[in-house]
Design a protein around this ligand. Structure first.
Ligand code: ATR
Length: 270
């Protein structure tokens, strides 16, 4: 069977091997998918070793997505824009290709699984780091009414807004400037929730029926998911669905067949 893996650091609780095993069972594809702890300074060596051992493709997660971007010889347009790569594969001529499936994973979870349309909506993106940059392009492709990027360091939000300005209506601000504003969809792309922390958000930020979405996921509700529930969100969810959807898109790229995600999401929620 063809060999795949996820590289990350730390990688201990990665759900990717389980997700891809379920995809393989469902589609009848013969493959092996493992998780490998790869510290940043070992990335180049680990990549070579994996390929030499018959590796066909890889996922890369924190903190290796920028290095994966640098390593790829050919990039998809969405990977180029995001400056990060989460999916790598070698073609017949041994050329290494890179894509970023995070943004489409998020959009698919929102629009298909959760039936939250983004078109015409007021969307707020919290954070301006790598995670935010990875999802902005596919979010803008849904033609929201506007996207506001709010970040602790305002200059990073402004930089991101400039980078994506050609793709749609994107503005940037700090958290204080959110006072008095309302949004239909609020997406948390800060790493704050990893430490159980939250950006300072106004209590009346959510429009009626608003959706809160945390790119992070955990076995218990994240700080941001709880904030949404406490502030009147119609729906407040973590990023488990996005995780499965970005994996499905990688699986499709590698194997040419798109697995069904709903049963896998349901299985992981149990
Ligand atoms: P990632 O790849 O997860 O996006 P990153 O590039 O380091 O990681 O970006 C982390 C994001 O979380 C940034 O937007 C950061 O804000 P700054 O740009 O001002 O640093 C944000 N962040 C991290 N901790 C935060 C906190 N305690 N409160 C608010 N924002 C926080």
């Amino acid at each position: 069977p063809d060999r795949y893996a996820v590289f990350g650091h730390p990688i201990g609780h990665s759900k990717s091997p389980q997700i891809h095993r379920l995809f393989a069972e469902q589609t009848g594809e013969a493959l092996v998918y493992t998780a490998q702890d790869v510290p940043p300074e070992c990335f180049a060596t680990a990549l070579r070793t994996f390929r030499a051992g018959g590796g066909a493709g890889l996922n890369c997660t924190v903190p290796l997505k920028e290095q994966a971007f640098e390593a790829a010889q050919v990039l998809t347009e969405r990977a180029r824009l995001s400056g990060a790569v989460n999916t790598l594969w070698w073609d017949r001529d041994d050329i290494l290709h890179g894509d970023n499936t995070d943004g489409v994973g998020l959009v698919r979870d929102l629009t298909v699984n959760l039936e939250v349309a983004l078109t015409g909506k007021r969307v707020l993106l919290l954070g301006a780091g790598g995670s935010a940059r990875g999802v902005l392009g596919p979010l803008l492709a849904e033609r929201p009414g506007e996207i506001v990027i709010a970040n602790r360091t305002v200059s990073r939000a402004e930089e991101l807004a400039r980078r994506f300005a050609a793709l749609g209506q994107v503005a940037a601000c700090g958290f204080a400037a959110l006072a008095g504003r309302r949004f239909d969809v609020v997406i948390n792309a800060t790493s704050a929730s990893l430490q159980g922390a939250l950006p300072p958000l106004p209590d009346d930020l959510l429009a009626p029926g608003a959706v809160c979405y945390d790119l992070m996921y955990a076995d218990v509700p994240t700080a941001f998911v709880r904030w949404g529930l406490d502030h009147g969100a119609g729906l407040s969810v973590d990023g488990l669905g996005m995780l499965v959807e970005q994996a499905a898109e990688a699986f499709r790229i590698w194997r040419g067949v798109r697995p069904q995600t709903a049963p896998v999401i349901a299985c992981l929620r149990r």
